[in-house]
Design a protein around this ligand. Structure first.
Ligand code: NDP
Length: 247
């Protein structure tokens, strides 16, 4: 039986761990050949690829710092060299510094903006000329852009920019049949969310969702799969909250 993403090639940035790893596995399960981008977690990225290959899929782990324009170009080069084209781009890599505006240091603010905004800008710039006609883009934002959570100023600002870049790209690339959408998760059970948080804080934040739990990476990956599928061809420029009702 033909799979929904048969013969499609996907790049997932930051796919060594967390939500990105699950998106990579999910797209591969739907038949896509997946480029698993990573920066520091080589073994984890290779394990994601091994899992995909053991399930009969194809994948390639590529190290690239996506906040660097030359490395982003090389990431697209590697994907095209191995799989001939790129049909799907998932802008997932991101970092969080959780600190109040009063306390955040210059270098921390720069790091959040560099990784979260520049990565998406560089990827969309490459995608403008190198994503196949009819291609798909999904960028990961966060429900924090709809809330006013203390300590999330830099992160929320960076994700606001991710949303705007992706929306404008949707408009610019629309004539080629490309769609671009944003997925905004609420709290998700990954290192980014759990690191440095007490059980009590996690429980309190879980209480923000209607189901009283935090999200799992699978909850997010399923929605990304829909947005990159043929069935979502008339959905573009949208920001989909995937948060169990958080915002
Ligand atoms: P994790 O911290 O678990 O994983 C982050 C991933 O990004 C890793 O694979 C890491 O790679 C990669 N990464 C970080 N910096 C770079 C870089 N410069 N170049 C390449 N890769 C990089 O994060 P999550 O899975 O939780 O988050 C994924 C996305 O979802 C992010 O954009 C995040 O902002 C967003 N999000 C997460 C939420 C949550 O609660 N978890 C909620 C809302 C949004 P490596 O380890 O190899 O360096």
């Amino acid at each position: 039986m033909t799979k929904p993403l048969q013969d499609k090639v996907a790049i997932v940035t930051g796919a060594s761990r967390g939500i990105g790893a699950e998106i990579a596995r999910t797209l591969a399960g739907a038949g896509a050949k997946v480029v698993v981008n990573y920066l520091g977690s080589r073994k984890a990225a290779e394990a994601v690829c091994t899992g995909i290959m053991q399930s009969g899929g194809e994948s390639l782990a590529v190290k690239a710092d996506v906040s660097n324009s030359a490395e982003m170009r090389q990431l697209f080069d590697a994907a095209i060299e191995r799989f001939s084209c790129v049909d799907i781009l998932v802008n997932n890599a991101g970092v969080l510094v959780s600190r109040s505006i009063a306390d955040i240091r210059d270098e921390e603010f720069d790091r959040v903006l560099n990784v979260n905004i520049k990565s998406v800008f560089y990827a969309l710039r490459e995608a403008s000329t190198r994503l196949a006609d009819g291609g798909r883009v999904v960028s990961l934002s966060s429900t924090v852009t709809r809330l006013m959570l203390p300590n999330y100023g830099a992160y929320a600002a960076s994700k606001g920019a991710v949303e705007q870049l992706t929306r404008v790209f949707a408009r610019e690339a629309g004539a080629r049949g490309i769609t671009a959408n944003i997925v905004s998760p609420g709290p998700v059970n990954t290192e980014m969310f759990t690191t440095g948080k007490s059980e009590e804080t996690i429980k309190r934040m879980a209480g923000m969702s209607f189901a009283g739990r935090i999200g799992e990476p699978e909850d997010i990956a399923r929605v990304v799969l829909f947005l990159v599928s043929d069935g979502a061809g008339w959905v573009t420029g949208q920001n989909i909250s995937v948060s169990g009702g958080v915002a």
